[in-house]
Structure formats: structure tokens, C-alpha cells
Design a protein around this ligand. Structure first.
Ligand SMILES: [Zn+2]
Length: 135
């Protein structure tokens, strides 16, 4: 019985605090390293999940912004250039501001929609929308 209680206690401690759901949205930071002349981003999938956007789309945006070539291999995003974390994080921030965050209420609960034949960002929290450019 004691052992069971201990296990239960450990399991509870592992749960994230309830408060996280209501915390202010934070733009996720990339984790990368340089291998030869390439930059390997280890957590682009996590970033895509946090932003609720397809990883491929974020990566296409990054490559364009960084004027680089690259590929996703075995879940790791590879940029064919050595690149500092800060530079990539800057671009993730730019992507988030342009394609994820609602400019009216600042919430990230948005989705990409087609309005009057154009790509638009629609906010599920406040209903506001605005056109966005194609990536
Ligand atoms: Zn909104």
C-alpha cells in the first residue's frame, strides 16, 4: 500500500500545473546545433505543435527568410548553412506574429482560412480576421 501511495504521489508530481493552460502564450524557442556547415534544428516538430501549424510550412518560411536551402530528415530540420539560434528564433517570432497571433486580442488560437478567395488568419477567440500573405 505504501508503495502504491508513493507511486501515486510521483505520478501527480509529473503532471503539469493547471495554471499552464491560462498562462500568457510564449513563442517557443528552437534548439539547434551546428554540424559541419549545416544547422540541425532538433525541435521544429515541437514548435509546430505549439503553434498548431504544419512543420513543413514553418520550415519553408524559415528557409525563405534565411535565404538558405534545407530539408527535413528523420524528424530533424536541416539548414544547409551554419546559423545561430538567435537568428532562427527571430524568424520563428516573425512567423508567429504574422501567421499565428491575433492582432486584435493577441491570442494564438487562430486558424488559416480562405476568405473571399484569399488566405486569411481567423481568430477563434475573438472572431477577428485579417488577410495574410502566402508563404
Ligand atoms: Zn483574437
Amino acid at each position: 500500500m505504501d508503495e502504491y501511495d508513493l507511486m501515486l504521489e510521483r505520478a501527480i508530481k509529473k503532471l503539469p500545473p493547471m495554471a499552464t493552460r491560462h498562462q500568457r502564450f510564449e513563442i517557443p524557442k528552437i534548439s539547434s546545433f551546428i554540424e559541419g556547415s549545416r544547422t540541425i534544428i532538433k525541435n521544429l516538430g515541437d514548435i509546430a505543435n505549439a503553434l498548431h501549424r504544419p512543420q513543413d510550412e514553418i520550415f519553408t518560411f524559415l528557409l525563405k527568410e534565411l535565404a538558405s536551402r534545407g530539408d527535413i530528415e528523420k524528424g530533424r530540420a536541416i539548414i544547409e548553412r551554419p546559423m545561430k539560434d538567435e537568428m532562427i528564433n527571430d524568424k520563428i517570432k516573425k512567423y508567429t506574429n504574422e501567421f499565428v497571433l491575433c492582432k486584435e486580442c493577441g491570442k494564438p488560437d487562430t486558424k488559416i482560412d480562405i476568405i473571399e478567395g484569399h488566405t486569411a488568419l481567423r481568430c477563434m477567440a475573438c472572431g477577428a480576421w485579417r488577410f495574410v500573405r502566402k508563404i
